[in-house]
Design a protein around this ligand. Structure first.
Ligand SMILES: [Zn+2]
Length: 430
């Protein structure tokens, strides 16, 4: 639908396997996982946790800078790493996290970020021992995975062009945790210190007699923990490295208070974190990653289609996110070459069986690029977008939210539904 001239850049490829200074340090090896926290109505804001699980199954929180996660979270999340921690002095921060001086990637999986094929999840509704409420019934959680409009199987198929589905996903009925709410969350509804590992361990143990996480050889990939009360500030999504029914791996995991599963777009957002996606953002650099309505990984419920049962639904993710997860067929992605001046035609993002490109990528350096995509109010999940537009993302891998929707307005808008963000035919970005 769109034509546009693309500026040219230099394509650089590189693989950083070491980040930081390892001088005078002790090392710990293990599996690194990330968890993203999304503030709810009571405690807006966003948070990120990084943790390491060693070969004995012990998990320790890491205090690690964005700079050390050089090359972006996709490079490190779920990977085997060597952590260099101070050998003396303040090895742990005040909140008990191990300070990290350097990180080393052990092994080099060829496509660590790709997510393809069936992705069976399980929803486990878990009650705190002192809260009797069951906010939704089993049928609600079962139906949420349907391959019908509004169901998560249908959603992920549309968003990934059929590259993934969630076939095999199941839900079980409410089970009760051994502890009361404050055993897991010191200050329900606020703070950032919910004991997510304990919630995970106790919630999965509570269904151990009825759930085979190994799937008889086809293990579940993810666990949506549905709670009947608040956690801390947030709903959380990411990974938890653990052994369940003999399967040791980083389980895609979400931790959801009731306000999270009240709108399926939030569950889609948390599952997106489970698939390894960070937040997307608009262009105003205000520290709030929830103000781009062009990605469920930003404004999860903004400009969303709605469902009478499941509330605000998810929308598509931006082209860079899809590309990282391996969801574009090679002939659907255009990568600008050095010295090339060309004109291309883009089909819109939500179109299944497209016949033109659906994304253009312009590399500036190993850690910096632009992506271009066309968005139209089509399909189910993009049907309520702010309008039809070309969206350009500036991607910098070292940022907490690598992809920012470029806004030509000065200053950039507080929310990315403005004309400056919504590029139209005839406009030039240079
Ligand atoms: Zn999030």
């Amino acid at each position: 639908m769109r034509q546009g001239w693309l500026p040219l850049g230099v394509l650089l490829a590189g693989l950083t396997v070491f980040s930081g200074c390892a001088h005078a340090a002790e090392t710990v090896e293990g599996w690194l996982t990330l968890q993203w926290g999304d503030g709810g109505p009571e405690s807006p804001g966003n948070h990120r946790r990084v943790s390491l699980t060693d070969d004995t199954g012990q998990t320790v929180a890491l205090s690690v800078s964005d700079e050390l996660l050089r090359g972006g979270v996709f490079r490190w999340n779920g990977q085997r790493v060597r952590v260099y921690a101070p050998s003396s002095g303040a090895r742990f921060s005040a909140d008990g996290a191990m300070r990290v001086r350097a990180l080393e990637l052990l092994g080099q999986p060829s496509t660590p970020a790709a997510v393809t094929g069936s992705q069976p999840w399980i929803s486990i509704p878990c009650k705190f021992a002192d809260i009797a409420d069951e906010p939704e019934a089993l049928a609600f959680f079962e139906g949420m995975y349907a391959n019908q409009p509004g169901g998560l199987d249908h959603f992920w198929r549309e968003v990934s062009y059929g590259t993934i589905d969630v076939v095999g996903s199941i839900a079980v009925d409410w089970v009760t945790l051994p502890g009361v709410q404050t055993d897991y969350v010191p200050t329900p509804g606020s703070g950032t210190d919910a004991n997510l590992n304990k919630v995970f361990d106790d919630c999965t143990a509570a269904v151990d007699d009825i759930v085979d996480f190994s799937g008889g050889g086809t293990p579940l990939v993810g666990i949506n923990i549905m709670l009947n009360g608040s956690l801390d500030c947030c709903a959380w999504g990411g990974g938890r490295f653990a052994t369940l029914d003999g399967v040791t791996k980083s389980w895609r995991t979400t931790w959801n208070p009731p306000w999270s599963f009240a709108n399926e777009g939030i569950i889609a957002h948390e599952m997106g974190h489970g698939f390894g996606l960070p937040h997307a953002n608009n262009f105003d650099d205000d520290g709030n990653p929830y103000d781009s309505p062009w990605d469920v990984m930003s404004a999860a419920t903004g400009y969303a289609a709605s469902d009478p049962t499941y509330g605000a639904l998810g929308k598509h993710v931006n082209a860079w996110h899809k590309d990282k997860l391996g969801w574009f067929a090679p002939d659907r992605r255009f990568e600008a070459m050095v010295g090339e001046v060309t004109s291309i035609e883009l089909d819109h993002t939500a179109l299944a069986n497209a016949t033109h490109y659906q994304m253009a990528l312009l590399s500036i350096s190993a850690d910096s690029m632009y992506t271009v995509e066309a968005r139209m109010r089509e399909g189910l999940y993009d049907s309520e977008l702010a309008g039809d537009a070309v969206i350009i993302h500036e991607v910098r891998l070292g940022r907490s939210e690598p992809a920012w929707a470029v806004d030509a307005d000065m200053p950039p808008a507080n929310y990315g539904d403005n004309p400056g963000t919504m590029w139209q035919p005839g406009e030039t970005f240079a």
